[in-house]
Design a protein around this ligand. Sequence first.
Ligand SMILES: Cc1cc2nc3c(=O)[nH]c(=O)nc-3n(C[C@H](O)[C@H](O)[C@H](O)COP(=O)(O)O)c2cc1C
Length: 343
Amino acid sequence: MPVYRPTGPSFAFSVAPMMEVTDAHFRALARLLSREALLYSEMIPAAALVRGDPARASSGELGPVALQLGGSDPSELARAAEIGVQLGYSEIDLNVGCPSPRVAAGRFGACLMAEPELVADCVRAMAEAGLPVTVKHRLGTDPQSGPAALLAFVQAVAAAGAARVTVHARKADLGLTPRQNREIPPLRYDWVHALARQVPLPVVLNGGLGGLEQALSQRGSVAGVMLGRACRDQPFLLASVDAAFFGGSPGPTRRQAARAYLGYLEAGLSRGLTLPRLVRPLLGLFAGQPGGARFRRTLGESYRPGLGPALVELALRDLPDSVLDAPPAIPAVPWISRAAAPA
Ligand SMILES: Cc1cc2nc3c(=O)[nH]c(=O)nc-3n(C[C@H](O)[C@H](O)[C@H](O)COP(=O)(O)O)c2cc1C
């Protein structure tokens, strides 16, 4: 790959933390597609990391990867952040956005938006580990609250030393399910834009960005964008990210990415991992393309115990070369032009 200097920090484009999605295998595929995007772990409860087997939460690969923690006990979060340092993560994020009732019962996630001082204490404690600490949160949880309460929340975490915030541009309604909470509360990008103008730390916008063009339309309004479901459902968009957001080169074709991932998959199988877990990140690689549905079906339905990489080879066989070898799309206007890049 040609050498270049990224035109901006990795948080210009990030892949959202997603439980049951952004595990080490998904991140391995994402990293094959984009060298620069900031990746996140699934949310890991601090208590599970402190009391469980930390090796299971390994950052898994090189490059910028944030560990997302759930919790509200500053000393436990501090210990979990130290483990994150040992595991090779580049930063630590605190989840203040998850609206699950189970999570609220454990007093973490979105319910913490009502307790900015406690969140500030958590940030201060986590920062002791020495990595940048960030907070991912919502617009609020109180149906009556407005932009002023959001600003006060972010000012509190900024004063505690947070390096950045990521705002899912919806309120959380603690009476809805997590899934409903990603759809029903209205998106208010204008609140996030106003916040970004008022606070001293970088603000990343998340929520409802369906693809790269929509993401790029946030150019000039926020310091970065975070995409979740779009990356889960169409991971190949990540092959355009280095060129669109970092002044880099286009990523691999789908064929090149699938071949490279096969190497990762074989190494995983030899370490005793199971094929269904390892093929899962590939399921969306051909989404929306001719033959893509059949590829997904073959991976999902043709699995037999003992079958290895041959399953992926089988699924790839039916895809046309025009799909396998199509270069990633490059948007006409990138996030930041090379000329405007920081020295
Ligand atoms: C399957 C799934 C799991 C998620 N798990 C987490 C999580 O562990 N931590 C978190 O902060 N947000 C989680 N989220 C929320 C996303 O990070 C993101 O904020 C949300 O999906 C909105 O972004 P999007 O519209 O780009 O998907 C999850 C979302 C999905 C779809």
